[in-house]
Write a protein that binds this ligand. Structure first.
Ligand code: ADP
Length: 758
């Protein structure tokens, strides 16, 4: 049995109520089912499920049964017995439980009299309807209604009586008195509805006018609907919008706004200057997916398979995604924590968002936020602007057509604040689970619930993401691929895709693994696989020409002819030089496109103790240089005068690329130590670590990328901070195997390690 609060409804034994199924679900928390027993209880004031309390109701209710659930959004409830409500219990999930006993009627009216009087009432209604467009419809209904309860319930929506008055009928035990009451109500309302009714005094007239207007409007709506069903082809655009609006499952605020705009459209005519704008708005409003998509069952196994199918490697990432899906499945939620994928371009961040959508069997849309500086890009322009538009979020929802898409917000690190407001704070509202159920786009001007959207953000770096935004997200690092992984990705994913894109069959193109290795090594320098993908696309395009122009059956790409297929020369490979010079040491840097090796160059020139630093170093890096100078002065006191007699020049190529951060500390110090002692350090030694004035080596970020870069460049030995040892877990085995990795606590260990004896 379910318990359904009602308000402003005439409910008496023997009547049939037509109720909205969505209203039923909203109140009871479950869908309407035929044959379900319901107890209707009358609320003292209009309320929603959350507001229900044990004292919200009158003491007499009525039991009934759901006899029909229509596909038009309405259900039929046949009312049976009145009941005394002895106790109302409201549980914390707002479910209502009742203790009820049947309440007996006082059967003091015989059926003949009832039928006679009912006939009169029906005649009065028919007379009232006579001559009006909809009299046929009314007659149809009346022929079906056999009790006064049914007639009254049917007319109930047009009646002006208060909730209390309607309840009083239900509370009355005497069948005859009940009949009298309903009869009176019906006659009175017919009179109010009757346009010729004369008013007794001015104020009453005003009230009646409002009542009458409301009643007439409701009748018109009802009848118009019937007419539309008969002649769907004659409907005007406005009418179509009106129907769409009324039938849509949008919230009341949105409906109200829609009605307002519609009435303006009607008032101004469709040719007015504003009509286009208003029409656009109405189209969007009615088109938006207001209907909540039901939660789909998540099959973790299937999700795992799909992730595996689409992407090679990325084990940690996939594991984290599966965890998220498991939590969602357990909680029955359509979204969970907001994931932020951080990594170099081409590492698969965006495309794995697409795989998540596929795994969840949900729609996918991508919103690029790169270069967004205007808050209105996220939250829309107010409708007062000419050319105003919704923001990108609502736009994405609109495109996806569902309330629960997977939306990938690309490049959240590229948002920029400007005089047009701060887009990051607008984004905060989008992502914050506390707020996003009521996200209000300026253009839409009514709240839209984003709480079912699965948001995934991507970024190249976390540095530029404002902290409040970052706090709301859960960071997942994409480390970049080793050459071996890249080869696998190329063979399994990129090449088949590239072939397909130009229409080449597998048998028509042969590319050896050695060729792919060469492309990876010589034509690309990246953490991701974007450049590799471009190269393979290029080869396939060239091969297509061979196949079409020269009728080749099989195009073979070999190490020898590879260059013929490419429109670019191999990259100049940045690998460590063979010879060593004092004052030059190999360092490791982390950039947004992955790890890189860099050289710290230092030199003494005749002068008077000046320090010259070039290579576009940021403040932090300049300070590291000064720390390095002080450190070596302290470590080699006997050589301090070198600094006094000379100018010291430190340079970090490439001169045009800005660099910053403390992680070159030990490299700078080593370079100066090498310069001072005149002993060269082999370029196959590389290092990364912050150094303190006491000579301690402190931890740094981006270790996996840096080690990969070292490996690519041919470095043999790498010094890393001892505190970063844990990060080695994230480093690919092949990289670890190829490098000698030496964790250090103090700068002296580095200097000894590279052979600069103190
Ligand atoms: P990002 O968003 O990190 O810049 P993308 O998702 O756009 O990178 O990936 C670029 C291309 O590389 C896509 O075509 C993608 O399918 C492919 N790709 C990246 N990583 C993998 C991988 N691990 N397995 C298969 N394909 C990959």
């Amino acid at each position: 049995m379910s318990v359904l609060p009602i308000f402003n409804t005439i409910a008496v034994p023997g009547a049939t109520l037509y109720l909205r199924t969505d209203g039923y679900q909203a109140m009871t928390g479950k869908p309407a089912r035929v044959d379900e027993k319901v107890t209707l209880i009358v609320a003292k004031k209009k309320l929603v499920r959350k507001e229900v309390a044990s004292d919200s109701f009158y003491p007499i209710g009525i039991s009934g049964i759901i006899s029909e659930v229509g596909s038009d959004g309405f259900m039929q409830v046949e009312l049976r017995n009145r009941v005394n409500i002895n106790e109302v219990v409201v549980y914390h999930d707002h479910t209502i439980d009742l203790d009820i006993t049947k309440r007996l009627d006082l059967e003091d009216m015989d059926e003949d009299e009832a039928q006679k009087r009912l006939r009169k009432i029906k005649d009065a209604i028919i007379r009232f309807a006579d001559g009006k467009q909809w009299s046929g419809v009314v007659r149809g209904y009346l022929s079906r209604w056999g009790t006064i309860g049914e007639v009254a319930a049917g007319m109930s929506p047009w009646m002006v009586n208060s909730n209390q008055e309607r309840y009083d009928v239900l509370a009355e035990d005497s069948v005859r008195t009940r009949f009298d009451m309903l009869e009176k109500m019906i006659y009175e309302n017919l009179q109010i509805l009757d346009v010729n009714e004369s008013a007794k005094d001015a104020q009453e007239e005003e009230h009646r006018k409002i009542y009458r207007e409301n009643a007439i409007r409701r009748q018109m709506e009802f009848l118009q609907k019937e007419l539309d069903e008969l002649h769907p082809e004659e409907m005007s655009d406005l009418r179509k919008l009106e129907i769409k609006l009324e039938e849509s499952e949008m919230n009341e605020l949105a409906k109200k706004e829609g009605r307002k705009v519609l009435s303006r459209l009607k008032a101004e005519g469709q040719n007015s200057a504003e009509a286009g704008l208003l029409m656009d708005y109405m189209e969007l409003l009615t088109d938006l997916p207001w209907k909540k998509e039901p939660m789909k069952e998540i099959s973790l196994q299937r999700a795992e398979e799909i992730l595996e199918e689409d992407h090679f490697g990325l084990e940690k990432v996939k594991k984290r995604i599966i965890q998220q899906l498991a939590v969602m499945s357990l909680k029955g939620a359509q979204s969970g924590s907001i994931l932020l994928f951080v990594g170099a371009p081409g590492t698969g961040k965006t495309s794995i968002g697409n795989s998540i959508a596929r795994a969840l069997d949900r729609e996918y849309t991508r919103v690029s936020l790169g270069g967004v500086r205007d808050e209105a890009d996220i939250r829309g322009h107010r409708r007062t602007y000419i050319g105003s538009m919704p923001g990108r979020i609502i736009d994405a929802i609109h495109k996806s057509g569902v309330s629960n898409p997977v939306i990938v917000l690309d490049e959240v690190d590229k948002l920029a604040a400007s005089y047009n407001g701060d887009p990051a704070s607008a984004l905060l509202e989008v992502l914050d689970p506390e707020q996003n159920a009521n996200f209000t786009d300026h253009y839409l001007n009514v709240p839209f619930d984003l709480s079912d959207v699965f948001f995934v953000c991507t970024a190249n770096t976390m540095d530029t993401i404002p902290a409040p935004l970052l706090n709301r997200m859960e960071v997942i690092q994409f480390q970049g691929y080793t050459p071996i992984e890249k080869k696998q990705i190329a063979i399994r994913h990129l090449l088949p895709k590239a072939r397909k894109a130009v229409g080449i069959k597998e048998a028509e193109l042969e590319i050896g693994e050695d060729v792919i290795e060469k492309i990876i090594a010589d034509y690309t320098r990246e953490s991701g696989v974007r450049g590799l993908k471009k190269c393979l696309d290029m080869i396939c395009r060239s091969a297509a020409v061979e196949i079409v122009m020269h009728q080749e059956q099989l195009t073979k790409v070999t190490l020898e002819n590879l260059q013929d297929f490419m429109d670019r020369q191999p990259l100049h490979r940045k690998s460590v030089p063979e010879s060593a010079k004092p004052g030059i040491v190999t360092g490791l840097a982390w950039t947004q496109v992955g790890g890189e090796i860099l050289y710290i160059e230092s030199m003494f020139t005749k002068g008077g103790g000046k320090l010259l630093i070039t290579g576009q170093l940021g403040d932090v890096m300049k300070e590291s240089a000064q720390i390095a100078v002080s450190l070596v002065k302290a470590m080699y006191p006997e050589k301090v005068e070198m600094f006094e007699k000379n100018d010291l020049h430190i340079h970090v190529p490439d001169g045009a690329t800005p660099k910053d951060g403390p992680s070159a500390g030990i490299t700078l110090t080593t370079a100066l130590a090498s310069l001072l002692t005149g002993q060269a350090v082999s370029p196959t030694f590389a290092m990364t670590g912050e150094v303190s004035l006491r000579g301690e080596v402190n931890p740094i970020g981006g270790l996996p990328e840096k080690l990969m870069a070292a490996h690519r460049a041919g470095v043999k030995t790498v010094f890393i901070p001892k505190d970063n040892e844990d990060d080695l877990r994230d480093v690919a085995d092949e990289v670890k195997a190829a490098l000698e990795i030496i964790p250090v606590r103090e700068i002296r260990e580095v200097l000894c390690g590279v052979g600069l004896e103190n």
